[in-house]
Structure formats: C-alpha cells, structure tokens
Design a binder for this molecule. Structure first.
Ligand code: SAM
Length: 186
C-alpha cells in the first residue's frame, strides 16, 4: 500500500470554509497543523484569530518547512481562482462519494485544493467541487477527515517529506526521545 513514491510535483493546498457560531481556535489550529504535518503547502482560512498565524510560524521556525497560512475574505474567490489555475477541488463531506472509491482517481491528480467545512457549508461548494468525498458516511470532524484523505492520497509517503531549516529534528526511536538540535545564534 505504501509502495508509491511521494510525487515531487504534487501540490496540495487546503481551505477551511463555512460559518461557525462560535469561533473554535483550537480546531482551526489543528486543521492547520494536520495540513502542514501531512504534506500540504498552504492553508486558506476565513474568520480566524490572527494568533493562529503566529502559532504556525513558530512551529515552522522550530520544526522547519515553509507551510503558509493565508487569511482570505471569501472562500469562493480562492476556490474559483484555484480552479482556473488547474487545481482540482476535493470537498470533504459525509454525503460525498466514498473515499474508498475516489482515492485512486484523486491520486492521479497533480494540484489539489482540499475544502473542509466548519459548521455550515454553503450548498454551492458541492457544485464547484470536482470531487465530493466522504470519509465514511457518519459525521465526525474536519481534522480527522483531512488527515485520512491526505494519507490516502499520499500513501504514507508524506511522512518522509523533509522540512528544511529545522532547528529540531526528531530521529524516530522505539524508546525514549531522540531529537537533533541545530545550533543557531538567534
Ligand atoms: N453538519 C455539517 C455540514 O453538513 O456541513 C458538518 C460539519 S462537520 C463538524 C465539519 C466538516 O468536517 C465538514 O464540513 C466536512 O468537511 C468534515 N467532515 C465531517 N465528517 C465527515 C465525513 N464523514 N467525511 C468527510 N468529511 C467529513
């Protein structure tokens, strides 16, 4: 299952859409962390606490990589722009086609914009999406749905990705902790 190489030309970005009655910074931060940790390059967000950008910036600073958080006004503008640029839109929804049926087709795509909801998802996204994908047909969370989709698309190879300029790098070990610390002057 994990046989395919991580394709260097695969570009994955994520957008979180929908209105929340109560802003939930922790879930929003976790959506960004999963995006970063599972191989996406950027996340677009609306209605967000600006501190989330600082949190992710500090993670990049310590653990490397160039993952970007971009605040946007309107989700539709970015979805349409990305479609025009040739990105395929994958909308995660419990009502969508089963991930078990969709994953092989999506694996063939090169540029993906993954759309996750918060609470209320506008109906229009179902029409704009190239793929509406269900990770099971039970309600759960955008964090879990996103993690599973990113893993299915990349077959686990996302965990072999390098995060350049890291100050700390974990050397996986069966027991205890092994962390390489790069000396810096700042
Ligand atoms: N009732 C809401 C709706 O229909 O829009 C669901 C909101 S859910 C808390 C937040 C997001 O998690 C959804 O918009 C979707 O992106 C994702 N999600 C939840 N369960 C899912 C599932 N089984 N498959 C795929 N995505 C799911």
């Amino acid at each position: 299952m994990h046989g395919k190489e991580l394709r260097k030309h695969l570009v994955i970005e994520v957008v979180r859409i929908g209105q929340r009655l109560v802003r939930d910074d922790r879930v929003t931060t976790h959506v960004a962390l999963v995006s970063r940790g599972f191989g996406a390059e950027r996340i677009y967000m609306t209605e967000v606490n600006p501190e989330i950008k600082d949190t992710i910036g500090k993670i990049n600073n310590t653990w490397g990589g160039n993952f970007e958080v971009e605040f946007i006004e309107k989700w539709k503008t970015i979805v349409k722009k990305k479609k025009d640029e040739g990105f395929k839109i994958v909308h995660l929804s419990m009502y969508g086609e089963s991930i078990n049926d969709a994953q092989e087709k999506i694996q063939e795509e090169e540029n993906l914009l993954i759309v996750v909801g918060a609470e209320k998802v506008p109906r229009e996204i179902y029409e704009l999406a190239d793929y509406n994908v269900g990770v099971g047909s039970q309600p759960h969370s955008e964090i879990s749905a996103l993690a599973i989709l990113l893993d299915r698309i990349q077959n686990g190879k996302q965990f072999e990705k390098e995060f350049p300029n890291a100050k700390r790098k974990i050397i996986p070990t069966k027991h205890g902790k092994n962390v390489q610390v790069k000396e810096t002057r700042d």
